[in-house]
Each structure stands twice: as structure tokens, then as C-alpha cells.
Design a protein around this ligand. Structure first.
Ligand code: NAD
Length: 498
């Protein structure tokens, strides 16, 4: 692990685009300001790419796909993928510090995410080596048909600002390992670690053009990537409304999309649940990553027999959660990523009051008034039809509701437009399976917080997404299946016009 000096309140050097193996200014020379969420002071300026830069990046990626990268032997390609993982590990402390500085995520949490990011590369190198294969179909004695999986081309990756490095790497790793080339458009509020991945890939010595980063706004750089005729794949993680807009914009070019979208996931706690473990999981599941977590359990349904005790304990936890400097290893909740998002979350707290909830919040230390801090918050006496129960708030806020029986809670859990994740706590395992399977969501956990093996599918149903990432599922997106039909004898062919 390399030693890295925490930037604390320092300004950092400005950030360029990474196109065709070079760090370059944007074609327009435009930049935008990157702000520290802890102080609301500028960190640096970021090159603002637009359609011209996307054109250059896609052209470089296309050349690399049809050139050196496309023709490279598998072992050599995968050696590069392993090397990226090794370099992330080598620079992991520095990347974690940058990530926390840029996003406000607590350093204890970004450290874990960066370690996981390195694993994404090793995992996909191994997956491709051992599991990316086709099938063969013997058709009597007449044909042998076989399928091959081929890389598709230039993959456009569009990523959000929550857990940015982690989410970028879990798209980049399968895209590169399966042989595609990449243009990444990272979120404008979290450019530091996206630039660092470009530096890492540059250090790994990948051929020019295999990996490119175009920073910039969604409506300009992002939209240009989506519309580009030479980009057949768009993998998007972000808000549901943005996903829908992107699908419209890519429709004329018949893009293939992978959509990882928003969530409003329930945690259901039955009266027989392990109370203390459920409390730990519920608290961590909504307040980790500052609540800016797609799979956050942002709605809790408590069986009425345990509700009073559970709410009492939740209040105690909220009072004690350590809110503070994201660089402090003891911090559990840091500032939200940007002032605009802070205003948005605060707006929801005001709305909750207007909708009749009791809003119970923890404390933000007075010395942190410059930061985008929203304290951990419970929305008590919430009701299913409220906007604060139906809409994704994406902050450290949980709506608290009660239920009497299984049918009622399943109906309530499913009564939102999202279907990303869900959590069930009960010691009755028949009920655990039954309720988990009855919930309309892509990922369920029973008696567990959100832990995920890299082999398992990740993604949501309903308005939370289309397709799955992770494990084999990434192969479905990043490779094209081709079938070759080969005749083994002179089979009958109709003789039209003979
Ligand atoms: P966002 O939709 O605002 O932005 C995501 C990315 O899309 C950014 O890079 C942005 O610049 C770009 N973008 C915006 N408009 C675009 C357009 N018209 N064309 C192309 N690109 C465009 O999302 P966000 O606020 O950055 O992230 C938070 C959201 O992401 C939440 O809804 C959260 O639930 C979701 N999320 C989902 C998952 C998942 O796996 N399901 C994971 C993390 C975050």
C-alpha cells in the first residue's frame, strides 16, 4: 500500500479528459468546478467534455477494438485486467481518500469499496478465462452447430456519484475482460476517482484507446455518448427518470441497454426476528454510504407487537450515530455529495412534516455547519400513500411503518414503483422464503444485511432496472452470441427454378 497524504482542505490539480491514451483538455476548453461536500469549497476544475470529445473518444475506442486490443491473445488481454486490479490495490489508500474527499462518504466505508473494486478486475479475468465459452449442438448426422461469444465493440458506460469508483469498476472490468473497449462518462459530482482509474489504466499500459474517460454534463457529454452511432452498448446506473430519457435518446440507434436505476427498498421485521441483529442491519442498511445507496432499506415495516420497542432503539441509534468529517475513521455518516442534493433531501424532510410524519433526527456537530450534512432521520407515523414513502429520497432517511400480518406487509412492500431490493427478518424460515419470493424486487436478503457475492446477479425489476450485472449475467450484455451452422453431409436443399 502506498503512503498518501490526505488532501484535507487542499486544492487538487485540475483534471483532464483521457482520450486515446492521453490526458487532454476538452475540445471547447470549458471546465466545471468540483466542490468539497465537507466544506463547500472548490477542490479543482474538471474538463467539461461535449459531443466533440465523445466523438474523439469513440473513434479512439473503435480503432483499438478493431486493432491491437481486438487482435490480442486472450491471456495477454487478461494479464492487463489482472494488472489493473493489482494497481488499484497498490494505490487503494490514495483512491479511498480521493473518493471520500470528493463524495463525503466516510473513509472507513470507501476503503472497503476500493478493496472490492480491485476484486472486480480479478474476478472478471477469472470468469472470462474459465466460464466464457460457447455451446455445440449436434443435429443428427447432418449438422454441427456451435455458438461463440464475441465482444460487441465500444461500450458506453455512464455512472452515478454514489459509490462512483466501485460502480465504475464493476462495469469496466467485465467490459474489458470480455474484449470490448470503453468510453466512460462519470458523474459530474464525483470526478476524482474516475480520473484516478484513467491514471491506473494508463500505468497498466493498456493500448491507446482501449479505455477513455470523458468528464462532463449528462445532457451534453452523456447524451452524445448515448446517441453515438458507433457505440452499440450503453450501461447506465443512475436515476430512473434519467434511464428512461437515455432509452428514448438511444432508441433510433437501437442500442443495447443495461439499466441499474433507483430504489425504495423495504425491510420487513416480523415479531419473531432476532431483534438486535435486525436492528443492526436496519440501521446500517439505511445510514451507511450516507444513505446514498441504491439498495438502502429506506422503508421499514415493523410487526406491531415489536414496533414500539424497535422504534425506541432506532431513536437511540440515530442519536448516537457519529456524524462528521468523512476523513475521520470513526465517522459513520458524512456530508451529502452536493449542495443541490442536500437541498433535495432537506426538501423531503419538510414534505414529511407537511404529510403528517413525526420527523426524528440525530445531531450534526455545530462545527460542521459548512458541510452538506443531513442527520440520520426517522420518518415516524409514515403511511403507504405518502410521497416520502413512495419516492426515492437517497439520503440518511428511513420511513417507519407497522403491519399486522404477512399478506398486509407483502402488499405494502410491493406498493411502490421500484423493485430493486428487499430484506426480510424472521426466524420462521418457511415464512422467510415465502415472503422473500412474494416481493417484487430483483434482490432479496433473508436475515442478512446487504452482502453480495460477485458471482450473483445484481439488478432490479419494475422501475429499478432492466437486465442484471454481475457473474455470468454481465456476459449477456458485454458479448454477442453468434451461432455457426455447419453442414456435415450433403443434406437436402430445395431446388427452386431448376
Ligand atoms: P443521475 O441519473 O442523475 O446521473 C447518472 C449519470 O447519468 C451521470 O453521469 C449523469 O451525468 C448522467 N446523465 C444525466 N442525464 C443524462 C442524459 N440525458 N444522457 C446521458 N447521461 C446522462 O443519477 P445520480 O444522481 O448520479 O445517482 C443517483 C441515482 O442512481 C439514484 O437514483 C440511485 O438509486 C441510482 N443508483 C442505482 C444503482 C443500481 O445499481 N440500481 C446503483 C447506484 C445508484
Amino acid at each position: 500500500m502506498t503512503q498518501f497524504q490526505a488532501p484535507s482542505q487542499k486544492k487538487l490539480k485540475d483534471i483532464s479528459l483521457y482520450i486515446n491514451g492521453q490526458f487532454v483538455k476538452s475540445n471547447s476548453q470549458e471546465t466545471f468546478e468540483n466542490i468539497n461536500p465537507f466544506t463547500n469549497e472548490p477542490i479543482n476544475h474538471i474538463a467539461a467534455g461535449d459531443a466533440a470529445d465523445i466523438d474523439a473518444a469513440v473513434a479512439a475506442a473503435k480503432r483499438a477494438f478493431h486493432g491491437e486490443w481486438g487482435q490480442m491473445k486472450l491471456d495477454e488481454r487478461l494479464d492487463y485486467v489482472y494488472k489493473i486490479g493489482d494497481l488499484i490495490e497498490k494505490h487503494s489508500e490514495e483512491i479511498a481518500v480521493l473518493e471520500s474527499y470528493d463524495t463525503g462518504l466516510p473513509i472507513s466505508q470507501t476503503r472497503k469499496m476500493i478493496a472490492r473494486s480491485a476484486k472486480n478486475f480479478r474476478f472478471y479475468a477469472e470468469m472470462v478465462k474459465s466460464h466464457l465459452y460457447g455451446e455445440a449442438y449436434q443435429v443428427d448426422d447432418e449438422f454441427i452447430n456451435y455458438s461463440v461469444r464475441k465482444p460487441v465493440g465500444v461500450a458506453g458506460l455512464i455512472t452515478p456519484w454514489n459509490a462512483p469508483f466501485m460502480l465504475e469498476t464493476w462495469k469496466i472490468a467485465p467490459a474489458l475482460a470480455t474484449g470490448n473497449t470503453v468510453v466512460l462518462k462519470p458523474a459530474e459530482w464525483s470526478p476524482l476517482s474516475a480520473n484516478r482509474i484513467a491514471e491506473v489504466i494508463n500505468e497498466a499500459g493498456l493500448p491507446d484507446g482501449v479505455f477513455n474517460v470523458v468528464h462532463g454534463y449528462g445532457e451534453t457529454a452523456g447524451a452524445a455518448l448515448v446517441r453515438h452511432p458507433d457505440v452499440p452498448l450503453i450501461s447506465f446506473t443512475g436515476e430512473t427518470t434519467t434511464g428512461s430519457e437515455i432509452m428514448k435518446n438511444g432508441a433510433d440507434a437501437l442500442k443495447q441497454f443495461s439499466m441499474e436505476l433507483g430504489g425504495k427498498s423495504p425491510i420487513i421485521i416480523f415479531d419473531d426476528a432476532d431483534f438486535d441483529r435486525a436492528l443492526d442491519a436496519c440501521t446500517w442498511g439505511v445510514f451507511s454510504f450516507n444513505g446514498e445507496r441504491c439498495t438502502a432499506n429506506s422503508r421499514v415495516y415493523l410487526h406491531e407487537d415489536i414496533a414500539d420497542d424497535f422504534i425506541k432503539k432506532l431513536k437511540e441509534r440515530v442519536d448516537r450515530i457519529r456524524v462528521g468529517d468523512p476523513m475521520d475513521p470513526n465517522t459513520q455518516v458524512g456530508p451529502l455529495v452536493h449542495r443541490n442534493h442536500y437541498d433535495n433531501v432537506k426538501g423531503y424532510l419538510q414534505l414529511a412534516k407537511e404529510e403528517g410524519c413525526e420527523v426524528y433526527s440525530g445531531q450534526v456537530p455545530a462545527e460542521h455547519s459548512r458541510g452538506n450534512f443531513v442527520p440520520p432521520t426517522l420518518l415516524l407515523n409514515a403511511d403507504q400513500h405518502l410521497r416520502v414513502v413512495q419516492e426515492e429520497i437517497f439520503g440518511p432517511v428511513i420511513a417507519v411503518m407497522t403491519f399486522k400480518d404477512e399478506d398486509e406487509v407483502i402488499e405494502k412492500a410491493n406498493d411502490v414503483r421500484y423493485g430493486l431490493a428487499g430484506y426480510v427478518w424472521t426466524k420462521d424460515m418457511q415464512r422467510g422464503h415465502r415472503v422473500a419470493q412474494a416481493i417484487d424486487a430483483g434482490m432479496l436478503w433473508v436475515n442478512s444485511q446487504n452482502v453480495r457475492d460477485l458471482r450473483t446477479p445484481f439488478g432490479g425489476s419494475k422501475h429499478s432496472g432492466i437486465g442484471r450485472e454481475g457473474g455470468f449475467y454481465a456476459f449477456e450484455f458485454y458479448t454477442e452470441t453468434q451461432i455457426i451452422h455447419v453442414a456435415m453431409k450433403d443434406h437436402y436443399i430445395p431446388q427452386f427454378g431448376k
